[in-house]
Design a protein around this ligand. Sequence first.
Ligand SMILES: [Fe+2]
Length: 263
Amino acid sequence: MAKTGRAARARRSQGSPSASRPTQVKTPSAGKAPASAIQRLWPTPIGLHRYPAAAKLHPVLVDVFAELRAAQQRQRGDKPGPFFASDDDLTERVQVEEFRDFVRFLVSSLGETVKKANGEAWAGRSLDLRVGFQGMWFQCSRDGAFHDIHTHGNCSWSAAYIVQIDEPEQRVAHPVYGAANGVTRLYGPHFTSMAGAFSDVGNAYLQPPHLDIEPLPGRLLLFPSWLAHKAMPYDGEKERIIISFNASIHASEGDQMHGYSAH
Ligand SMILES: [Fe+2]
């Protein structure tokens, strides 16, 4: 698996998947159908990985990011505050060896997760993958700063990697935010249709409509870019520092998985 450059990524946007993807869900034919059955449609895959060299990488990143932050704040004319998001060019801007190793880990983690997520869709095919980063940036928060609910575009997968945050015991001891202090909250795809909706034991399977991912230094969360998420308010001794990125993943054989169809 290799990482492609920006120009290559742009060119690869042609050859997109089928405009009308035929339904691939297999339902038993009438004669073989059991008396009753249930299917769960459209799962939401996420990947969790741990970077084994985090202890070596993080002190380097904290220093590099502090310098970048100061320079970009000067350039933007911003005053230092409780929230900061860098420019999204870390793959080009950070040139230390520890970071190159880290990017290799990101590429291999993405490959592993998308293979598992798409096993059925790829119908057992082994694809030669090309991972392209459509932007990578770092984000800092403290004093209750948060990043409100949103999705990402121009990519198929997105990520949050924890560089620095308070130790779990201290983090969850916050008198107001408690266990949600600084977590990444993922909202299920049905979330937007739940506001004010009827709730009883019959649709208890919809609960809870969100999932909090515990922020542990060295933990990489990969999630589909369409999935709504939020960086919850954070307050702690240490500043919360994360790396986020967007990625596209193409196959050298092309991306079309299904034939075009009028149906
Ligand atoms: Fe995000």
